[in-house]
Every structure is written in C-alpha cells, then in structure tokens.
Design a protein. Structure first.
Length: 150
C-alpha cells in the first residue's frame, strides 16, 4: 500500500518535471509560428500598399498614413512588438523604446482632435468622453495593480 502511494508520487513528480522541460524548451511553439506568419503577411500587405502608391504616384503622406493606419487596425505593430519582445535581453529594451513614442503619438492625436472638437462647439460631448476615458484608465490601473498582487 505504501509502495503504491510512493509510485503515484514519483509518477506525478516525473510528469511535473516533463511539463517544466516542455515549458522551458527554446523550440518555437505553434503560436510563435502563427504570429510570425501573421506579421509576414501584414508586412507584405504594407509593401503592396507602398508599391501601389509608387505606381499610381500617390502623395507619400497619404501612403504612409494608410500603412500606419492599416498596421494599427490589423494589430501588425502589436504583433511586431511581441516578436521583438521575445528576443532575450535586447528585445524588452527595443519594445520599451518603440512603445513610449507610439503612446505619446496616440495621446497627442487624441488631444488635437479634442481641441478641434471643442473649437467646433462639442464641449459637453468632449467632457463626457474625457471623463469616460479617465474612468476606464483608472479601472485599468486598479485591475493591473490587483492582478500584480494576485
């Protein structure tokens, strides 16, 4: 009877060790391959947009804005940052370096649009939207803190 319990414990320990080995392995997993293919397709689509812009002689600001908008909507930039973040040591530094200016850019565009909307007479709607955004950001911050504590 004691030997059966010991064998069960040894089997459980061996399974735990195997699971840890699988988790630690440096081989590419399916989600990583899938994300790489997704980023590759998005870069090809961006390249096609740029090639069409050169072919039809579109304004470079329109083409650049279109590619940026396409990347934001399709989450291509997020996928690229996730792939870069996977590089040991240097990846996290690159992601932090790229993410902060992007955050500033999105914030400044939002402030510019809010300024223009206030000038056009949409003061109450802007105040409601800003209050909602601050409430959402506060909830996100509280959730992040609670998630870190758990």
């Amino acid at each position: 009877m004691k030997k059966d319990k010991k064998d069960n414990k040894d089997n459980k320990d061996n399974k735990d060790i195997e699971k840890l080995k699988d988790d630690i392995s440096l081989e590419e997993s399916e989600p990583t391959k899938k994300r790489f293919i997704q980023v590759l397709v998005l870069f090809l689509a961006g390249g096609i947009i740029i090639a069409l812009g050169f072919f039809f002689r579109w304004d470079k600001r329109i083409v650049g804005g279109g590619v940026l908008l396409f990347g934001l909507v399709s989450q291509g930039l997020a996928s690229l940052l996730a792939l870069l973040g996977g590089v040991p040591v240097v990846g996290s530094v690159i992601v932090r370096f790229l993410a902060l200016p992007l955050l500033f850019l999105v914030n400044s565009i939002g402030n510019l649009l809010a300024f223009l909307a206030i000038k056009m007479g949409y003061k109450k709607e802007i105040m409601d939207t800003k209050l909602l955004a601050w409430t959402f950001a506060g909830g996100l911050l509280i959730g992040f803190i609670i998630g870190g504590l758990i």
